[in-house]
Design a protein around this ligand. Structure first.
Ligand SMILES: Cc1cc2nc3c(=O)[nH]c(=O)nc-3n(C[C@H](O)[C@H](O)[C@H](O)COP(=O)(O)OP(=O)(O)OC[C@H]3O[C@@H](n4cnc5c(N)ncnc54)[C@H](O)[C@@H]3O)c2cc1C
Length: 359
């Protein structure tokens, strides 16, 4: 039993809607606390988490600043992902060095200034150098290394957790129909079963949610190329406009595009053109494209996630808006949401949905 928790009777089960990154992290937190839950997994609705590159860069490269909540999430992720590996008996988490190739003298100067003021010495190398000049192209401005980056192989992580919860019979494959949720005084009834709370982790489908559809989600399409590049150095992810990252099981992934206006969610000729053009600025080595994929990130206009409960129906919760940083933020924020639901602890104010005025 989780210390101090009364959430162990079956009528206090929690319903999680959506088995993407947000829903699976939430489920893992409840599992660790021995709180009963059921997670709904859709095989028909799109899932951004399955299409992601899974890279976690602690630095906003254009501004050379730490990403939001880096101090909290980095140490948290270093414990969380290996714990999931251990529980599921899989391997998907790697620490990574990132080599930032400077596109011009200005970018190099900004890096030098940041090193000089000392504010980023935990994250940016003071050494500036060419990384394997024979393999990478460039106008010769050199580059520097970003420390404390890491990556998750999404194609292992997502199926591993789904498989684990499915085996325990804590997962059900179905699309939730909102009309099947009956609101009660102390929870909800869903297809004849009682739940004390519901957590909606629906990604972009959240715009159709009758209770949380007012949250301003900004669909942001992204495309990736999976590549084989013979004799390419594999020690580091390289960034210049786009990223080129070695994959744990071989090959490379390159991306990503950002589109806010798009006609469909599939890989496009424009995406291919953009990525191959940018790739030609990173390397001239011949490559083979093994896959071209696309997905839509559930981003928020103010670039902060959406966590919290409904103003009127306090048993309804949301965990969404993870945008471009889901793999970095979801483990830590799922713990914060869990503490909010189980113990009434405060949420990080910037992520709390209270900031959004309902129209
Ligand atoms: C091309 C691309 C590259 C990316 N690269 C990175 C990266 O390198 N690093 C990083 O951190 N992030 C990256 N992301 C972003 C990351 O994928 C998202 O932040 C994250 O996956 C969002 O997770 P989510 O669970 O909120 O949403 P989703 O992953 O979309 O999950 C929502 C789930 O809910 C299900 N669902 C919805 N409605 C219902 C319903 N009514 N009933 C049942 N199920 C339902 C959906 O089917 C889906 O499985 C990338 C995204 C894309 C598209």
């Amino acid at each position: 039993m989780y210390p101090g928790s009364y959430f162990c009777a079956m009528e206090n089960r929690i319903l999680i809607v959506g088995a993407g990154l947000a829903g699976l992290c939430m489920a893992f937190q409840l599992h660790k606390r021995k709180v009963p839950f059921l997670i709904l997994h859709s095989e028909t609705l799109p899932c951004s988490s399955e299409k992601a590159a899974g890279l976690m860069n602690p630095v906003v490269v254009k501004r050379l600043l730490k990403t939001w909540m880096a101090d909290e999430v980095l140490p948290y992720n270093r414990r969380f992902y290996p714990e999931v590996e251990q529980v599921t008996g899989t391997s998907f988490y790697t620490t990574l060095s990132v080599h930032r190739m400077f596109p011009n003298a200005l970018a190099r100067g900004e890096w030098e200034a940041r090193i000089h003021d000392g504010s980023m010495h935990d994250f940016l190398s003071s050494e500036i150098y060419d990384y394997h000049p024979e393999a990478f192209t460039g106008p010769g401005f050199g580059g520097g290394d970003v420390f404390q980056a890491s990556s998750v192989d999404c194609e292992v992580f997502i199926p591993a957790l789904r498989h684990f919860f499915n085996q325990q019979r804590w997962m059900k494959t179905t699309d939730l129909r909102y009309e099947d949720i009956e609101l009660l005084e102390d929870g909800v009834q869903f297809l004849g079963e009682r739940f004390s709370q519901v957590v909606f982790c629906e990604g972009m489908n959240g715009i159709n949610n009758p209770w949380f559809g007012y949250l301003p989600l900004l669909p942001t399409k992204g495309e990736l190329l999976y590549l084989e590049i013979p004799d390419m150095p594999r020690e580091k992810e390289v960034m210049k406009g786009i990223f080129l990252a070695p994959r744990k099981q071989g090959g490379f992934v390159c991306g990503s595009t950002y589109e806010w206006q798009f006609e469909h969610e599939n890989p496009s000729a424009e995406g291919l053109e953009k990525l191959t053009t940018e790739l030609s600025k990173i390397t001239h080595k011949p490559y083979t494209i093994t896959r071209h994929t696309a997905g839509v990130r559930p981003a928020a206009r103010d670039r902060r996630p959406f966590l919290g409960n409904h103003a009127e129906y306090s048993c309804l919760h949301v965990f969404n808006g993870l945008g471009t940083k889901g793999y970095m933020l979801a483990p830590y924020l799922s713990e914060r949401l869990c503490d909010f639901i189980l113990f009434g602890k405060a949420l990080p104010a910037e992520a709390d949905i209270k900031r959004v005025k309902k129209k």
